[in-house]
Design a binder for this molecule. Structure first.
Ligand code: PLP
Length: 450
């Protein structure tokens, strides 16, 4: 085996052989990748020995922080016992049984059945098929259409990227697939004008229901949405929005899918984002925080209403992934969820560290270059603006967000840029002192960008 030592050598070999996700390879070749070698708590360390506060929990997934030996040990033990067996063709294994039971305890009461996958994308593709299959079994095969939202992110596979509302993704590879309509996002700062957030929330909910009625509710299988849009720039919806949408869907006999890939497992100060939004979904998409990213895993929560129809009227569901319910992933999930529970991380986010960071974060809105600063639980964003009063954006060529992201990294803080919105979602274990450091670095980044 070749051992690559120096950072430069790693970068060169990486550029020569590794096609990265969501990365401009030409740019990468010119400036080199950042080589992350170690993670401990909320910190990452790079190949040059720099210490970086991971303000994004990796990709919004390392909820319990890096370097948890309990999870590592449990995965190692499981791999020694049974590294792999599948859950197809009438087989199961102890960790997948234990995890299914634990999830039925932790998720909202209507969820008692779980289908495991390898990722959030696979979970959404699974739901795409399950929802259509449900309506076939209900003798309503004409209900095939899905409603999602512009700016929503649901993954990178064909159905999940089509459900997502990113033009840049649709443009590559001829998406979206037919039968998907995108409603407007509840982005108050960008589109709310003179309306209060609550008025605007109702307006967007009505626009969504109008779209549904113009298509014909009898043709619509389901609507999918993230409780708080993540990759679309952390769009915290006005409080009026989700209850009005969910009520309208119920009245029209349309299923509701809550994509909890980011919002699930404590991120918003509840176990699941739908609990904060007051909705009762028929399906939940889960991934990321289920294992805190230690081992890949996704999961579909199937509500009793759907599951009973599948079990009573359905045949074998001809769907599944080699790694559905992988034993090592289940072992990681079991310990990870026990950590969230025993360390009371959800209560901590709701009552202690969440409010502590929120108060400081929301004060960023006083800066002349910041249009709004929002945060719920431990997921937040602030918006750069060239004119606060007019809520104006910077010219795209100015690349303000990317510049700030790079400043931030160089100053030892990982933040993500979505256009000119800077996004943060630190591990749920972040301490008060680490929040102070995060804020100090964020303010420095804004001042440097200003
Ligand atoms: N759904 C949401 C809300 C996400 O944020 C993501 C990933 O960021 C996905 C789905 C896709 O998950 P994965 O990257 O595990 O396929």
């Amino acid at each position: 085996m070749t051992i690559l030592n120096s950072t430069r050598e790693l970068q060169k070999t990486d550029a020569a052989h590794h096609l990265h996700p969501f990365t401009n390879t030409r740019e990468l070749n010119a400036r080199g990748t950042r080589v992350i070698t170690t993670g401990k708590g909320v910190y990452l360390y790079d190949s040059e020995g720099n210490k970086i506060l991971d303000g994004m929990s990796g990709l919004w997934c390392v909820n319990v922080g890096h370097g948890r030996k309990d999870i590592v040990d449990a995965v190692a033990r499981q791999m020694e016992e049974l590294a792999y067996y599948n859950t197809f063709f009438n087989t199961t294994h102890p960790p997948v049984v234990a995890l299914s039971k634990l999830l039925s305890d932790l998720t909202p009461k209507q969820f008692n059945y779980f289908h495991f996958t390898g990722s959030g994308s696979e979970s959404n593709d699974t739901i795409f098929r399950l929802a259509r299959y449900y309506w076939q079994l209900m003798d309503k095969p004409e209900k095939t259409i899905f409603i999602s939202r512009r700016g929503g992110y649901h993954g990178s596979t064909v159905a999940s990227a089509s459900l997502g509302g990113f033009g840049s993704m649709h443009a590559q590879g001829g998406l979206p697939i037919p039968g998907i309509f995108h409603a407007p996002p509840p982005s108050w700062w960008a589109n709310g004008g003179d309306l209060t957030p609550d008025e605007f929330g109702l307006k967007v909910a009505n626009q969504t229901l109008e779209l549904i009625d113009s298509i014909g509710a009898h043709k619509i299988a389901a609507m999918i949405g993230e409780p708080i849009m993540g990759a679309g720039g952390v769009i915290v919806p006005p409080k009026t929005y989700w209850p009005a949408v969910a009520k309208g869907l119920k009245e029209r006999d349309i299923l509701f899918i809550s994509d909890e890939v980011i919002c699930g497992f404590g991120r918003t100060g509840q176990w699941f984002g739908c609990e904060l939004m007051g909705t009762e979904p028929d399906f939940m998409t889960m991934a990321k925080g289920i294992t805190s990213g230690y081992v890949p895993m996704g999961c579909v929560g199937v509500s009793d209403r759907i599951a009973h129809v599948l079990l009573e009227k359905g045949d074998e569901f001809a769907h599944g992934y080699t790694y559905s319910g992988h034993p090592a992933a289940c072992a990681a999930a079991l310990v990870n969820l026990e950590i969230i529970r025993s360390e009371k991380l959800i209560e901590r986010v709701r009552d202690d560290i969440g409010p502590y960071l929120q108060a400081k974060w929301k004060a960023l809105a006083d800066h002349p270059m910041v249009g709004e600063a929002v945060m719920e639980g431990l997921i937040g964003a602030f918006q750069f603006t060239s004119d606060k009063k007019a809520r104006a954006s910077f010219a795209e060529e100015a690349k303000i967000g990317l510049t700030a992201r790079d400043f931030s990294f160089e100053n030892g803080l990982v933040m993500r840029a979505v256009g000119d919105r800077m996004v943060i979602a630190p591990p749920l274990t972040i301490t008060h002192a680490e929040v102070d450091e995060l804020m100090e670095k964020t303010i420095k980044v804004i001042d440097l960008t200003y």
